[in-house]
Design a protein around this ligand. Structure first.
Ligand SMILES: [Zn+2]
Length: 83
């Protein structure tokens, strides 16, 4: 029987591993080279505006908004929980 105390045992919490935001999922699907290029751009906020990164990815057929890029950069997306 699942009592509240049973359900709140640490090993009952559903695993969040593998959960990532839209950008995280796009990154996972890129080639190693492209992934590194995008990550480098994400880490260089002075050179690469989020709007530009989103534009480049959309040009390759990925549905991504600059909002999603900004959120990922801030670490406010789901990826932050698994990083
Ligand atoms: Zn993310």
């Amino acid at each position: 029987m699942n009592t509240i105390s049973d359900m709140l045992q640490p090993d009952r919490v559903p695993k969040q591993a593998g959960v990532s935001c839209r950008l995280g999922r796009i990154l996972n699907g890129l080639t190693e080279e492209d992934m590194k290029a995008v990550e480098r751009a994400l880490n260089d906020t002075d050179t690469y505006p989020g709007t530009y990164i989103a534009q480049v990815l959309r040009g390759q057929g990925h549905q991504i908004s600059e909002h999603s890029v900004r959120r990922h950069r801030r670490g406010a997306c789901q990826c932050g929980f698994t990083a």
